[in-house]
Design a protein around this ligand. Structure first.
Ligand SMILES: NC(=O)c1ccc[n+]([C@@H]2O[C@H](COP(=O)([O-])OP(=O)(O)OC[C@H]3O[C@@H](n4cnc5c(N)ncnc54)[C@H](O)[C@@H]3O)[C@@H](O)[C@H]2O)c1
Ligand SMILES: [Zn+2]
Length: 377
């Protein structure tokens, strides 16, 4: 018989794909708890059309303790994905990010600790942002864990990571799970708190908990309406609105883009494989891609005449390079990302085309907000 699984944030981008997989492939019984946050879901009256119709949908918040408690006590497995997800926005909506990300996790753990339950597994979604800058290598000094770049350096439009000891330019390395925390936003700090609270309480009370640090996830259903997160959907939606993608710095910063289906693979493996107990895993592709390459690939596929603009501006707290070392999850859980960026991006583009109504591009408003707060310079 299928398991009873609760997915918080299950109407969102990653959650809804997970729900499909749990129901269609694995035959589990799934409940979704999702507030339908306005920034993500333009229509808050109904769950999104893409949500699996076999899922039991509850529209409420993980901050509603009693509702959350009732649901947790009815389920065997919990995937905790509900969160507000804009890095820049978290720097001025501090209360909102703390409540939805930290307090909601506090509720979850408080309920598990203070009630009899049948929960056998808890998986918490974390993020690569908790690392800040990824690991780097200096030819003279060896491996380093860089701090954020100084404003004086960024003001000179010197974008690369410099070795703190000998001041040489460093080479980026893949970042593994032992890399130290260096959260540079309230969002990242909230994810760091979720991780640490989850593992601390999990280990203390014997609740089998796993933390997954997603890198930059892309694919169909990524909110086109949220201008604060998801660079691929932001670029695609701008192009469909007849506007060129805007790239910060010089575009040569690198990231790790992972297709949502590969993320689902990691989520399912974490539930099914006992080797995931109390572990933290990076979930990425392990392949660096520059933002320039991302912008150019998407432009060429949608509107080749609209060339990306490299604005040579920077965002406070932004990092230069961070790409996942995925050897741990490959070795312990048998994870194998299977979708190349150049192929996977077509899924997002096709989905954007299929939207009944074009989604108005909000990036200019978001940039204005961030500029007013002096978070873009
Ligand atoms: N997309 C990425 O690249 C990425 C990267 C790293 C980590 N993550 C993490 O993965 C998880 C899912 O992200 P996503 O990209 O699917 O985002 P999303 O915004 O598409 O989905 C999040 C869902 O959570 C819901 N939600 C927010 N606050 C809630 C609350 N208090 N109670 C109930 N529901 C609430 C929203 O309505 C939304 O449907 C998040 O925890 C996020 O931090 C995502
Ligand atoms: Zn050095």
């Amino acid at each position: 018989m299928g398991k009873k699984i609760l997915v918080t944030g299950g109407a969102g981008f990653i959650g809804s794909h997970l729900v499909d997989h749990l129901i269609n492939v694995k035959n589990h019984e799934v409940t979704v708890l999702d507030i339908l946050d306005e920034q993500v879901h333009q229509n808050q009256e109904h769950p999104p059309d893409y949500l699996n119709e076999k899922a039991n949908f509850i529209q409420d918040s993980t901050n509603n303790y009693n509702c959350f408690k009732e649901l947790i006590l009815e389920h065997d497995i919990i995937y905790h994905l509900a969160a507000v997800v804009g890095v820049g926005q978290s720097m001025y909506e501090i209360k909102k990010y703390s409540e939805n990300n930290i307090i909601s996790t506090a509720n979850l753990l408080d309920i598990l600790v203070n009630n009899e339950h049948d929960v056998k597994k808890l998986v918490i979604a974390s993020s690569n942002t908790i690392y800040g800058e990824g690991k780097a290598y200096c030819n003279k000094c060896g491996v380093i864990s860089p701090k954020l770049r100084e404003l004086a350096q960024l003001n000179k439009k010197d974008w690369e990571i410099i070795c703190p000891k000998c001041k040489q330019i460093t080479t980026p390395l893949l970042t593994d799970e032992s890399h130290p925390f260096n959260s540079s936003s309230i969002y990242a700090l909230s994810k760091q708190s979720q991780e640490q609270m989850g593992l601390l309480i999990g280990k203390t009370y014997g609740i089998n908990t796993t933390i997954l640090r997603f890198f930059l996830v892309y694919g169909p259903r990524q909110a086109l309406s949220n201008p604060y997160t998801g660079v691929c959907s932001i670029f695609s939606n701008r192009l469909f609105n007849g506007k060129a993608p805007i790239v910060f710095e010089d575009g040569l910063q690198t990231r790790d883009f992972v297709h949502v289906n590969d993320v689902c693979q990691a989520l399912i493996l974490s539930m099914e494989n006992q080797a995931s107990k109390y572990e933290i895993f990076n979930v990425g592709s392990g392949i660096p891609i520059t933002i320039k390459e991302v912008a150019q690939t998407i432009s060429e596929k949608i509107k080749p005449e609209l060339k990306p603009v490299f604005n040579q501006q920077y965002r406070i707290g932004d990092i230069r390079h961070c790409v996942a070392d995925i050897s741990k999850i490959k070795k312990l859980l048998g994870y194998q990302p299977s979708i190349k960026f150049s192929d996977g991006i077509d899924d997002l583009i096709k989905w954007t085309i299929l939207q009944a109504k074009p989604v108005i591009d909000q990036t200019q408003n978001a940039f204005t907000q961030l500029k007013i707060k002096k978070l873009i310079r």
